[in-house]
Design a protein around this ligand. Structure first.
Ligand SMILES: C[S@@+](CC[C@H](N)C(=O)[O-])C[C@H]1O[C@@H](n2cnc3c(N)ncnc32)[C@H](O)[C@@H]1O
Ligand code: SF4
Length: 454
C-alpha cells in the first residue's frame, strides 16, 4: 500500500509507504511553497479549519471503504439542520474565533443541495469570523449532475473544487464501478476551472487493475493538457471489505506489484516536475502555488473541527474549560448521528485527550509528509523544551538515515530527502522510537473513551 491518501473523515490517518529505492531527482523539489501566513501562538489557539462530511453516495465504488451510505430517503432538510447545529455546537465548544478554511468532503458532497452548503457556511460565519477569500473546497464527483450544480455551489460560497476523476480510461472506470465517463470528467474539470481558475484540484489513482507504466504515463500527460493547478495522486489501496478486495482475493482481478507502482509514482513525480508542478506533500502537487491550505493545516498540526457523520476533529474544548487538545470522532451512521445532534447538539462519539507525547507523534507523522518537513519553529510550538536536534540528533539509527541521505536535519529543520519521501513509512518507526524514549509514556487515560455530557 502507499502513497499517502489523506483520509478525509480521518485526516490523522496516513497510509503506509513501501520501502524501495528511487533515483534522486534534482530540481526544485524543496523550493518553497508558501503556506498560510505565520500566526502567533494565541491566534493559533483561536483558529481552526472546518471539515464537513457529507455521508451519501449514489452507489459504492468497488475500492472504497470510506464512511458512506447509499441514500434511500430524502432527508436533506434534517441533514442540513443537523450539520448547522453541530457546526454551531463545536465552534462554541472550541471558542475558535476565526476559521481558516472549510472543506466539504464525503461521500459525495456534490449530491448535497447547494443551499445546504450555503446554510453550513452561514452557520460557520455566524459563530466565527471567516476572512474574505478563505479557501472553501467541495469534492465533486464528475457526473453530469455534479457538473450541472457547480455554478450554484460557487454562488453558495465554494471557491475551490476537488474533482474525483480517478482515471481517464473508460474501461477502468467501469472496473472501479464509477458512475461517470472520462468525457464527463473532462467536461467537469473545464467547467470547474472556468468558475474557479487556479483553484481546481483533480484526484487520480494509480496502481489500478490492468494499469501499466506506459498507460499511466499517457494518462498523466493527457490530464496535464486539461487540468488546472493542483493534482492529488493516490495509489489504489485494496481495502478489506470492498468488492475489489474480494475480486483480488479470488484472483478475478490483479493489481500491479510494488515495483511497478513504485515506478509509476516515480514517473509521475518526474512528469509533473517537467510540467512545472511542485510536490509539496507525499501525494500532492501544485503549480503557481495553488496548494490546498486546508490539507496543509492538517499536516502542520493546526486545530480542525470535524462536522458530520464519522468526521474527525482535533481541538482544545476551551468552551468547557479544557486545556488539552482532543481527538474527536463523530458518530458514523447518519441516522443515529442526526438523532444525537437533535438531542444534544452534537454527535461526538469519542473523545481522546492528546497529551504531549501523542501530540508530538501526530506532529511528526503528519509533518514529515510535507516536502519541507518540520521546521524548528513548527516543532518548538509543540515541544518548547526539547528541540529537534536533541530528540533526533544523537541517535545512531537516525544518524544512519542522515548519512544515507534519506533524512535531512539542518538549520531549517527535519525533512525527508527526495529519495527519503518514498521511504517515509520505513523511516517513521525509527523516528517514533526516539520520541518514545524522550517524552513521558503515553498517559493511561489518553486512550480511554470518555463519556460525553450534553
Ligand atoms: C473518499 S473519496 C471522496 C470523493 C468522491 N466521492 C469521489 O469518489 O471522487 C476521496 C478520494 O480518495 C481517494 N480514494 C478513495 N478510496 C481509495 C482507495 N481505496 N485507494 C486510494 N485512494 C482512494 C480517491 O482518489 C478519491 O477521490
Ligand atoms: S463516490 Fe467516492 S466516497 Fe462514494 S463510494 Fe465512490 S469513492 Fe467512495
Amino acid at each position: 500500500m502507499l502513497f499517502g491518501m489523506l483520509c478525509l473523515t480521518s485526516p490523522g490517518l496516513t497510509r503506509a509507504l513501501p520501502a524501495y529505492n528511487v533515483r534522486v531527482l534534482a530540481g526544485h523539489f524543496f523550493s518553497s511553497i508558501a503556506g498560510s501566513v505565520d500566526l502567533n501562538e494565541d491566534a493559533l489557539q483561536r483558529t481552526a479549519s472546518v471539515y464537513v462530511h457529507w455521508p451519501y453516495c449514489l452507489r459504492r465504488c468497488s475500492y472504497c471503504n470510506f464512511n458512506k451510505y447509499i441514500s434511500r430517503s430524502n432527508n436533506n432538510d434534517t441533514m442540513t439542520e443537523c450539520l448547522q447545529r453541530e457546526t454551531q455546537t463545536l465552534l462554541q465548544l472550541s471558542q475558535v474565533s476565526s476559521v481558516t478554511s472549510v472543506f466539504f468532503g464525503g461521500g459525495t458532497p456534490s449530491l448535497a443541495h447547494p443551499s445546504t452548503i450555503e446554510a453550513v457556511l452561514n452557520s460557520v460565519s455566524k459563530h466565527a469570523h471567516i476572512p474574505q477569500n478563505v479557501e472553501v473546497t467541495l469534492e465533486v464527483n464528475p457526473t453530469p449532475l455534479g457538473r450541472s450544480k457547480l455554478k450554484d455551489f460557487y454562488h453558495a460560497g465554494v471557491n475551490r473544487f476537488s474533482v474525483g476523476v480517478q482515471s481517464l480510461s473508460d474501461d477502468d472506470l467501469v472496473i472501479l464501478e464509477r458512475d461517470h465517463s472520462s468525457h464527463d470528467a473532462l467536461c467537469t474539470i473545464e467547467e470547474a476551472s472556468r468558475l474557479c481558475p487556479g483553484r481546481v484540484s483533480v484526484d487520480l489513482m494509480f496502481g489500478r487493475p490492468r494499469q501499466t507504466i506506459q498507460s499511466w504515463d499517457s494518462e498523466l500527460k493527457e490530464m496535464l493538457q486539461v487540468c488546472d493547478d493542483h493534482l492529488s495522486l493516490y495509489q489504489l489501496t485494496v481495502e478489506r471489505g470492498t468488492q475489489l478486495f474480494k475480486q483480488v482475493q479470488s484472483g478475478k482481478v490483479t493489481v500491479p506489484g510494488d515495483d511497478v507502482t513504485a515506478e509509476m509514482y516515480q514517473r509521475a513525480r518526474e512528469i509533473l516536475h517537467q510540467h512545472g508542478f511542485c510536490q509539496y506533500e507525499v501525494s500532492n502537487f501544485a503549480r503557481h502555488n495553488a496548494v490546498s491550505h486546508h490539507n496543509l493545516s492538517y499536516w502542520k498540526g493546526r486545530q480542525y473541527i470535524g462536522v458530520g457523520p464519522g468526521a474527525h476533529g482535533r481541538f482544545v474544548p476551551l468552551g468547557e474549560g479544557g486545556d488539552c487538545r482532543e481527538a474527536r470522532t463523530q458518530t458514523l451512521e447518519p441516522e443515529v448521528w442526526m438523532c444525537e445532534v437533535q438531542k444534544k447538539g452534537h454527535g461526538t462519539r469519542r473523545r481522546i485527550q492528546l497529551h504531549q507525547r501523542e501530540l508530538i507523534e501526530e506532529v511528526l507523522v503528519m509533518g514529515m509528509r510535507m516536502t519541507k518537513g518540520i521546521t524548528h519553529r513548527h516543532w518548538q510550538r509543540f515541544s518548547p523544551h526539547v528541540n529537534l536536534h536533541r530528540v533526533f540528533g544523537t541517535s545512531l539509527d537516525v544518524q544512519g538515515l542522515l548519512q544515507s541521505g534519506k533524512l535531512i536535519l539542518d538549520e531549517r529543520g527535519l525533512r525527508c530527502s527526495y529519495e527519503g519521501l518514498t521511504l517515509l513509512d520505513s523511516i517513521l518507526p525509527t523516528l517514533l522510537l526516539e520520541i518514545e524514549q524522550i517524552y513521558a509514556p503515553k498517559q493511561k487515560d489518553s486512550f480511554k473513551v470518555r463519556k460525553i455530557g450534553s
